[in-house]
Ligand binder design. Structure first.
Ligand code: SF4
Length: 324
């Protein structure tokens, strides 16, 4: 069942006199229950803004977002609040997401109080303690303050706080980038277990492709506010079709076949206020041809179902891809 439909969303910000920062430019995707969509790309590519748009935390300049069959932008306060219960977000920095003045137990109970769920405080506390156990936290930590917990424990508290409302969609924005590798791996395993138990959908934002490969069913690669490649995760990791995806994947030693296969991109992404003409990736693309400088490639579906925005992709059907 399709839960989330993001249809051609655009987010532009004014950036001085007659200048526009194009943060997100016509992004579309759908997400079904029990599926994980990973959104990857370098910092500034628009992936976090896309997550906030999907959750309705920032208004879109244009485009439509529907959740569970209802268009989010058309909803008013009360209906929006009840829908928001089903869509929760986990951020990168658990300490920033928690209130230092309240015990972590109080903070897990709080969403139930706000939404007037459960009969009384005792029932809320019981539910919060059960969730504490299911995210792998000891009950004696319930009365501690955030600063008394480790980074991994705090991220588990943030997860418990998000999960207490039994959401159908969890948006995770770089959820383990503040954690060390082994703790991060535990949180990923926990997310996978929770998905298997509840059938929740995840929108997983990360620059860490190795980790996204572990958790995502489908991947969308963003560059300068646009999706440039999207498809089943394993297909993309085994055989990337867009030169940008190819370069990102080639930077992961455990995936790269030979060290000489590494594709090093020149420079940083251009300023989204001064978008290059033609393909936005052409100034850095190792495969660019003259045509790329004048015409922006559309995101087209190829025979394998994958979407790719590149003149050299088989889906473009225009040009033969030259050897690297
Ligand atoms: Fe590179 Fe051209 Fe494809 Fe853009 S359209 S990714 S510049 S080959």
């Amino acid at each position: 069942m399709t839960l989330l439909i993001v249809d051609n969303i655009v987010k532009h910000y004014a950036a001085g006199e007659r200048r526009i920062l194009q943060a997100v430019n016509g992004v579309s995707f759908t997400l079904a229950a029990n599926r994980t969509l990973g959104i990857v790309g370098e910092s500034g590519c628009g992936k976090s803004t896309t997550a906030k748009l999907a959750l309705g935390l920032v208004p879109a300049s244009s485009g439509r977002i529907s959740f569970a069959g209802r268009e989010i932008s058309a909803l008013r306060d009360a209906r929006w609040r009840s829908l928001r219960r089903s869509m929760q977000m986990v951020y990168q920095d658990p300490l920033a997401a928690l209130d230092r003045r309240l015990t972590v137990g109080e903070q897990v109970i709080e969403p139930l109080t706000i939404h007037r769920l459960e009969a009384n405080h005792a029932a809320r506390r019981e539910k919060a303690l059960a969730l504490f156990a299911s995210v792998g936290l000891r009950s004696d930590l319930f009365t501690r303050y955030p600063h008394e917990l480790s980074g991994g424990q705090r991220q588990r508290v943030v997860l418990a706080r998000a999960l207490i409302l039994e959401p159908r969609l969890l948006i995770c924005d770089e959820p383990i980038s503040a954690l060390d590798v082994s703790v991060g791996a535990q949180v990923i395993n926990l997310l996978q277990d929770l998905k298997a138990q509840t059938g929740m959908a995840y929108l997983f934002i990360s620059h860490d492709l190795k980790m996204v490969r572990q958790i995502a069913d489908e991947v969308a690669v963003m560059y300068l506010g646009r999706i440039v490649e999207q498809g089943e995760s394993e297909e993309i990791f085994r055989n990337p079709a867009h030169p940008y995806t190819e370069a990102l994947i080639s930077a992961i030693p455990s995936i790269r076949r030979r060290s000489r296969d590494r594709i090093v991109l020149k420079g940083d992404p251009p300023n989204p206020v001064d978008m290059p003409a033609g393909c936005p990736f052409h100034p850095r693309c190792p495969r660019a041809i003259a045509h790329c400088r004048s015409e922006r490639p559309a995101l087209r579906q190829g025979p394998d179902g994958r979407l790719v925005a590149c003149h050299l992709a088989p889906s473009a059907g225009l040009l033969q891809r030259p050897a690297a």
